[in-house]
Ligand binder design. Structure first.
Ligand code: GTP
Ligand code: MG
Length: 196
């Protein structure tokens, strides 16, 4: 697919300095260390497109990866990591809802959760913000390799049933960057949003 063409364009410290002419965007959001940058790399079939780290708080800026002139993936800073300086944390806590609400070219959000810790407090904020903004949201339950198939499937069903009534348009899937599973399903979701 076209996603392997993604390349790094820029890091923006604030949404105010994001260029306006990236075309349609899909953002990768989630708690610190959930596996956002890894998922982006896996989806693009590139090892080191977005920087990943064992240490939470690796991504502290908005990183933009255009696929072509009119479509881009956006890697967002993680949410909720204690060791990120307080000022940066507070700045980002304000900037994230701002980005979601003001970014007109934003077509969808990939919300990345560690399959072992789904639906954290932050995730619920994201779900609520996106629902209020009528912004499509798809959940990647990543690090699925950390669970056996049965417990992984059980977590997926639990997440789906928990969200069914109040967040009927939210979809969810299992994903693993390590084992490279769930890539086709993620591509299908991105294809829909991007119109590929
Ligand atoms: P921040 O940028 O700090 O918010 O983190 P992030 O959400 O971008 O996480 P990142 O992709 O940097 O991954 C965090 C850690 O989880 C790294 O040590 C990755 O190697 C590991 N990791 C990511 N995805 C997977 C996965 O699917 N399976 C396993 N086993 N480990 C993973
Ligand atoms: Mg990251």
């Amino acid at each position: 697919p076209i996603y392997h063409r993604a390349h790094f364009l820029l890091s923006a410290p604030h949404i105010n300095v994001l260029p306006d002419d990236l075309g349609i965007e899909v953002a990768f959001a989630g708690r610190s260390n959930a596996g956002k940058s890894s998922a982006l790399n896996t989806i693009c079939n590139q090892k080191a497109l977005a920087r990943t780290s064992k240490t939470p708080g690796r991504t502290q800026q908005i990183n933009v990866f255009p696929i072509d002139d009119t479509h881009a993936l956006v890697d967002l800073p993680g949410y909720g990591y204690a060791k990120v300086p307080e000022a940066i944390k507070r700045q980002w806590q304000a900037a994230l809802p701002e980005y979601l609400s003001e970014r007109e070219q934003l077509r969808g959000v990939m919300l990345i959760m560690d399959v072992r810790h789904p639906l954290t407090e932050f995730d619920w904020h994201m779900l609520d913000w996106c629902r209020d903004l009528e912004l499509p949201l798809h959940i990647l339950l990543t690090k699925a390799d950390k669970l056996k198939r049965g417990p992984g499937m059980a977590t997926l069903q639990k997440v789906r049933s928990t969200l069914r009534n109040d967040y009927p348009h939210v979809s969810a899937q299992l994903f693993s960057s390590l084992k490279r599973t769930g890539i086709e399903e993620a591509h299908a979701q991105l294809d829909k949003w991007f119109g590929f």
